[in-house]
Write a protein that binds this ligand. Sequence first.
Ligand code: HH2
Length: 283
Amino acid sequence: MPTMLLREFRLPADRPAVMGIVNVTPDSFADGGRHLDPRAAIAHAQALVAEGVDILDIGAESTRPGAAPVKTEEELARLLPVLDGVLGLGVPVSVDTMKPAVMQAVVTRGVSMLNDVRGFRDPAAFATAVAAAGQGVGLAIMHMSGEPRTMQAAPTYADVAAEVDAWLAERVAAFIAAGVAPARLCIDPGFGFGKTLEHNLALLRDLGRLTRHGVTVLAGLSRKSMLGLLTGRSDPEERLAASLAGALIAATNGATILRVHDVAATRDALAVWCATRTADERT
Ligand code: HH2
């Protein structure tokens, strides 16, 4: 699998990379409100770096089911002070946003990755992403059925794994046709984004098929409600064990970027996982 390049950063080639979540929001499902103050967000990012994070993913608009949209000015007002404090921490910084204007602004500030839960399906987002990739920025292309506000209403697929795979393959082909190198791209089935528990389990079971497109696979299961349904734990803070199990299953099935809240615990779990696998099996 090609190692992802994020501006001057290269992700590890001998183990899955850990992407640590920093939500600068009042309403994220697992940590909403905790890091809305830029100083708290920066302190959290510093703690994740100390825990061994490989990429920081900063988000200022919650995408949880039913979340209210945030205006561009508000999203940038939340993001920019945090970016000023984290861009010098020595790890690549990703921004989780759906808005082309926000993408443009944060690339100008120097972020190394754009993460769009809409998979850059907005033509302006696609054009902004292609231009950013020309400057070395990495792109995380996620599948979402519908929009955050309504996506969990009644998700239906004939064959979820085949449909998500085909959609992501089309997005990769579009980026490559626009001149973006595969090493700048990663794809993500979008666990919980317009999917029932059965859909999420089918996608996790069949994650390996996404590795056939010649780009990195990213998986984000951390603390998600599918884990709450499986364990009966309604409080996202109590889903660490389930999140670690999910991360290791995703790694076994081909994910080489794991998007998580709990960086130190995930690094520990991966250390054990890596020790039992050959170098070829790990990436
Ligand atoms: N999940 C969330 C947000 N962004 N990006 C990618 N690429 N993959 C994911 O699975 C993903 C994502 C939702 O989690 P979180 O950021 O913790 O919550 P919220 O959207 O409520 O802020």
